[in-house]
Design a protein around this ligand. Sequence first.
Ligand SMILES: N[C@@H](CCC(=O)N[C@@H](CS)C(=O)NCC(=O)O)C(=O)O
Length: 270
Amino acid sequence: MPILKYKNFPEFRGLHLWHAPMSSCSQRVRIALCLKELSWVSHPLKLDKGEHAKSEYLAINPKGLVPSLINDGEVITESIDILSYIEGKFGQLGNQSLSESVITEGQYLLQKIDEAQKDVKTCSFFFLFRVRSMMNDNEFVFFQNNHSNIELVKFHERFRTGLSRKEVQESVERSLLFFKLIEAQIEKNNGYLLNGSFSIYDLALVPNVHRFSLMRWPFEKYPNISSWFKRIKSKDWFKLAILDWEPPELIDTFSDFVGKSKNDNISAFL
Ligand SMILES: N[C@@H](CCC(=O)N[C@@H](CS)C(=O)NCC(=O)O)C(=O)O
């Protein structure tokens, strides 16, 4: 559902992004905006305060998820679709023109990256976000009563009572298959997902690898992903679109937590 045809917000001229600093899907779009050197108006939402259940935001994105982009009144949702939209409007997000068959392969990878979001979420909440502040009881009641996305509300209900080890285990196992696929793909394609150079497909993958490295996924066992990520981390846009938005004290808290919880760290599930 890339462009919400039935919605228009003429009051928002130019580019406006509703996003959250730590959200992996928001990171994806910030990278694209940064790569194209576009100026945009930032509308940050505090997900840990349930701000995405406010009616003003649900009017923009009925699924109540971030990110949402508005360009000259036109609403675009779904991070992967936003990347394609930005590429269509503002030019290629990468170094190369790709042949039809490579694009077909790329679409398959984008679908895998999109599907992996569910597991990025479960693992992030279990292995990292458990230690950060959550919605307080009043905020949570507001969220339950107002958010239109029942699946998301149910996820937060499970999170508050503790995600089951079974749910986490299943997410870790799917993530394992996902990273095996990505490792093989980068190996086959000389250092990038397709054709040996950076493209929209690599861009879409960056937040997944970054997030799982915060969880200390054993990327040392994935030499191709590791060297790909080393190159990615050296780019200015990685700092501008990802690191500069991450509160350093929160990253320290995550790091302490991941280091301490032996039974609950990701390697215990592998
Ligand atoms: N498929 C959507 C997924 C969007 C999504 O799940 N966003 C997350 C942040 S990465 C969110 O809004 N979460 C709200 C919450 O956890 O309460 C996309 O790629 O944009």
